[in-house]
Design a protein around this ligand. Structure first.
Ligand SMILES: [Zn+2]
Ligand SMILES: [Zn+2]
Length: 392
């Protein structure tokens, strides 16, 4: 009896292990305000968490204190993505790196991984100067991988000054050489990296200075094991299940070869998260293909539709403009973000206040009527779960 119970427990564990793999993925907004941090909205920053690893997208001033107030741990940040070099997306980065270093134990220094930082040309120089002039030493290495913008990403006056963004001087003592990534003209995107779990690309946006969006595509995973069929074939739960799940064929004692395709259900599609930096438009056709079917699309909506001209003049978007991008990409959820500080969080709006953030949501919903796209207002410390879909 005990042995049977034990077998059930072991089987369930194995089945769970074989069928779950990496399951959790969530997105936490740390700062949802534009221009500067205020007591009610932090400057731009959000964290995508997968299996305990944290990827930080933008790092406005005060991001480290927002992190301390959240459930997340700054020490878990392994990758940083900076959409553009405006201060409300960047001023927090040198300070955050220094604080993470202060909280790092020097004994574990040997095993510390390099923090990979991605962002526009100029970021490498910015960090080298800010960390260098302040005499900041880090207990971990970092590398900056720079994206080369194209000339059409900003008005003339916003073009990155080649002199100002050129690398100068030796590497910072903890800096490792980073890559310079150019636009892949055929796909209209930038390949940042790919590994067994993810393919991460960037794409071009139009803003007052060159800005980028990021697309995080999780790879598809094998479908669930057909355990009944496996039992019929005489295969007991164990390492062979893992091999089939990993795509290897298995030979039975009878000589019969079992192919993974026979015993696995349909593959589970990977999740797709698209996070756009400040912009008044997306450049090229590539990004639409790249972001197609996104589970979540995070888009700025700095000002309401009634301020469209002002928004566009400043390189920003309205809810209607954000909705148009979500519609073109057939996104499942649109998260509006990066609000002018005039829009207080819903909970703080008082009677008589003129600018209601809920109006921004209404405007996006109106533009998306009949599409089924869900609209969400980002708020500081809001966490959104991104669950797996069983089919495409
Ligand atoms: Zn901004
Ligand atoms: Zn900006």
């Amino acid at each position: 009896m005990l042995a049977t119970l034990w077998q059930i427990v072991v089987n369930s564990f194995l089945q769970f292990f074989c069928n779950s793999g990496r399951m959790t993925m969530d997105l936490t907004f740390l700062g949802t305000g534009s221009a500067y941090p205020s007591p009610h909205r932090g400057a731009s920053a959000l964290v995508l968490r997968t299996d305990g690893e944290c990827w930080l997208f933008d790092c406005g001033e005060g991001t480290q204190t927002q992190l301390m107030k959240s459930q997340l741990r700054a020490g878990r940040i392994t990758k940083v993505f900076i959409s553009h070099l405006h201060g409300d997306h960047l001023f927090g980065l040198p300070g955050l790196l220094c604080t993470v270093s202060l909280n790092t134990s020097s004994e574990s220094q040997q095993d510390l991984n390099c923090v990979e930082i991605y962002g526009p040309r100029g970021l490498r120089h910015f960090l080298r100067v800010t960390l260098g002039i302040t005499g900041s030493q880090l207990l971990f290495p970092y590398a900056v991988h720079e994206l080369e913008p194209t000339p059409d990403q900003s008005p003339e006056e916003g073009k990155l000054n080649p002199e100002m963004t050129a690398e100068r001087g030796p590497l910072h003592p903890q800096e490792q050489p980073g890559r310079t990534i150019s636009l892949d003209v055929s796909s209209d995107t930038y390949l940042l990296f790919e590994d067994q779990k993810f393919v991460v690309k960037a794409f071009r946006l139009f803003h007052r200075i060159p800005s980028f969006g990021f697309c995080i595509q999780e790879r598809d995973r094998p479908g669930r094991l057909k355990t009944e069929l496996l039992k019929e074939l005489g295969l007991k739960p164990g390492p062979l299940y893992g091999r089939l799940k990993a795509g290897e064929s298995v030979t039975l004692e009878s000589g019969r070869v079992v192919q993974p395709s026979e015993v696995l259900e349909e593959a589970i599609p990977g999740r797709k998260v698209c996070i756009l930096g400040d912009c008044s438009s997306v450049l090229g056709e590539g990004p639409q293909r790249l972001c197609s079917g996104a589970d979540i699309l995070v888009h700025e909506a700095t000002l309401g539709n009634e301020h469209r001209e002002k928004a566009v003049d400043h390189g920003h978007s309205t809810p209607e403009m954000a909705a148009a991008v979500a519609r073109a990409c057939c996104a499942r959820r649109l998260v509006l973000n990066h609000f002018s500080q005039r829009y207080k969080p819903s909970a703080m709006v008082k009677e008589g206040d003129e600018d209601h953030v809920s109006e921004l949501k209404r405007q996006a919903e109106e533009a998306l009527q009949g599409t089924g796209v869900e609209v969400i207002l980002a708020e500081d410390f809001l966490t959104l779960q991104i669950s797996l879909r069983r089919s495409r």
